[in-house]
Design a protein. Structure first.
Length: 298
């Protein structure tokens, strides 16, 4: 069976990212997404032996861009863009009709299995609510002759045709370079969350890349579909394709999970129809048990 969707992410050599990949991997199996999509895992070369050797998993070693490019030294968020763009991966993307570019700390649902997008699908970039951000974004775009169409918060994840994805990531990297030069090396000018803030520039770059080609990426797009927050208490509805692990004080918080705050919860009591509890169940359940329940043959 030819799979139409490639789900691409970067995994660095850190315990947290390795754990986060396990959530993506287990939800890919449990949801049934393994039947219609491949996981394209660009990873730190030292991790070549930790990933499952199974059909549907494409492995591409790549040193993190935050180590190889002095301009982005120490800015690890750039890896999820830069390491997914270039000769080592562009041809692989062309094997698929669509590419979902996402982070590793996500959970897929069964609604993604047969989803075939008509238009670009964006995630939730929850960085755009402050007037300080919007003013500075519009000013930056004006200074760089980009027509910003007041479509803010295009999100962390994005689902595009493979051809569009290659172009989009190239432009996102272009704007990431312009932004990191704009913020400069003086930390006093880096801003702070939730306003205009250097640490969020990889998502700012996506917003600029989308707005500059509004007709391709935004005019008829689907906005705020991907990146459902993992601490949502509601049910997984038909538009919940993809859930992004978030901080917070309610289930599921990736920081709370790592801090042992849910150690008293028994996974048998969790309702996997609910967003937060689904994420918790995936995180708590072993790959072997998930494979058994999903009738995964590998």
């Amino acid at each position: 069976m030819v799979k139409k969707l490639g789900i691409a992410t970067y995994v660095d050599n850190t315990p947290n990212m390795i754990e986060e990949f396990s959530w993506l991997y287990k939800s890919w199996i449990y949801s049934g997404c393994w039947q219609t999509s491949d996981l394209i895992i660009v990873h730190h070369p030292d991790l070549k032996n930790i990933f499952p050797d199974e059909p549907g998993i494409v492995l591409i070693p790549c040193l993190p861009h935050s180590q190889t490019d002095p301009l982005f030294h120490g800015y690890h968020f750039i890896n999820s863009i830069a390491c997914l763009s270039g000769p080592h991966i562009d041809e692989i993307f062309q094997r698929y009709q669509w590419i979902l570019r996402t982070d590793a700390d996500v959970f897929l649902t069964h609604h993604l299995v047969n989803f075939e997008p008509l238009y670009p699908v964006h995630g939730r970039g929850n960085y755009h609510f402050m007037s300080d951000f919007r003013e500075k974004m519009l000013d930056f775009c004006q200074r760089h002759n980009v027509a910003h169409h007041h479509r803010f918060g295009c999100g962390s994840s994005i689902l595009l045709s493979s051809e569009m994805m290659v172009r989009f990531l190239q432009r996102q990297m272009h704007w990431a370079k312009k932004l990191i030069e704009y913020f400069g090396e003086d930390r006093s000018g880096w801003g702070k969350w939730p306003g205009w803030y250097r640490s969020v520039l990889s998502m700012y770059a996506a917003e600029i890349a989308a707005n500059e080609r509004w007709g391709d990426y935004l005019q008829n797009c689907r906005e705020r579909i991907l990146d459902m927050e993992s601490n949502n208490k509601g049910n997984i509805d038909t538009l919940t394709l993809h859930i992004h692990a978030t901080p917070g004080s309610t289930v599921f918080s990736k920081f709370g999970y790592r801090n042992g705050e849910y150690s008293e919860i028994e996974k048998e009591t969790l309702d996997v129809r609910r967003v937060g509890e689904y994420c918790m169940w995936i995180a708590m359940t072993s790959p072997e048990m998930i494979k058994l329940q999903a009738l995964y043959p590998y």
